[in-house]
Design a protein around this ligand. Sequence first.
Ligand code: ASP
Length: 439
Amino acid sequence: MKKVVKFGGSSLASPEQFEKVGKIIKSDPHRVYVVPSAPGKRFDGDEKVTDMLYGAYALAKKKKSFTKELNAIKARYQEIIDGLKLKVSLSGEFDKIKEDFEKTCGEDYAASRGEYLNGILLAAYLGYEFIDAATVIFFHKNGDLNVEKTQKCLSEALNNTPKAVVPGFYGAMSDGTIHTFSRGGSDITGSLVAKACRADVYENWTDVSGFMVADPRVVKNPKSIETITYRELRELAYMGATVLHEEAIFPVRKEGIPINIRNTNAPEDEGTWIVEGTVQKSKYVITGIAGKKGFCAINIEKDRMNSEIGFGRKVLQAFEENEISFEHVPSGIDTMTVFVHQSEFVEKEQRVLAAIHKLARPDSIDLETDLALIAVVGRGMKDTRGTAGRIFSALAHANLNVKMIDQGSSELNIIIGVKNDDFEDAIRAIYTIFVDTQI
Ligand code: ASP
């Protein structure tokens, strides 16, 4: 049995957090490969080391002094070294970083040093081998991951190293230039390591006990989700529920390796299991609720629309020509509505409207702004009668007007459109009917 464990920035932000991480790793001998992020925030208002590095590098690029900024970063690591009484010095590393910054070695290189240095410290603390990600994770020139080379080099290195720390977030191009994933990308490194060593589980340790049924900023103390499938997760993530980098799912999903989201500050909690498939029923019919504000609806009317072949295509062509992607297209007999992101639409609206007129010749178009979409997601909905009914009676009881309804053919989700102002109340009403009353 092999486990890959990835720790996020807040789990490794201070010596106290390092100690918690050490305990977690030592408590299970299967936790053999560790992927750290850079030190994150220690308290509200604190700065992440990655952001500090971007800041210092921005000054270096402008040929301004960055000594103060680099010293502040040094101090973050020194706090960890002193707190844990490590016999490690990073001063050689910092001399090299200073030199490289002066040579303007690239923003990605600069940002990657956060994980690199934290990896060195964590390896020393655990007594594990340190494997520099630049020697095992590779990118093509265009920035895409070089999947074959990475898989080959990473699995070879892991085969020869029974216990290792591999820093997250970065790798190298064939010419040695450092390249990073997008922000939060240590999750992807963890997933690649899990795939390369054929781990039994990929544990992703963060500062929450897994995914919640609803956003805790909207619902007070929401229940956490015990098991979620990759498809459900994708629906919720698309609607803004984030705990894990989206691209981290693919490598492990293909290998059938489950992900377990865990909380470094509450290691006894089971967290959330993300799996390909499960026969386990979710506790509450629905698995989760998520949503986003800031949509607008373009309502198009044309008499006898239903018998005009190609009408829908012509309308959508107007959006395509203006490079706007649509979210949902509910339709009636003589009406069709297109939901789009308001921020994308605003600047192009007159061009899009003119194109709809030209291509589809509608009788009228009207616009509605400030709308929100809410996704109610659950693999259990397919087999449960009355789910939609419960959602809408909950919304009616809360006096909330539903603007749009869309149920995917997979019956995995129901999407509801409401006014931005009703967004929070609608989520709370749906949460209450399924979780609190639990009938
Ligand atoms: N340290 C990087 C960031 O802040 C990557 C990560 O933490 O996953 O985005």
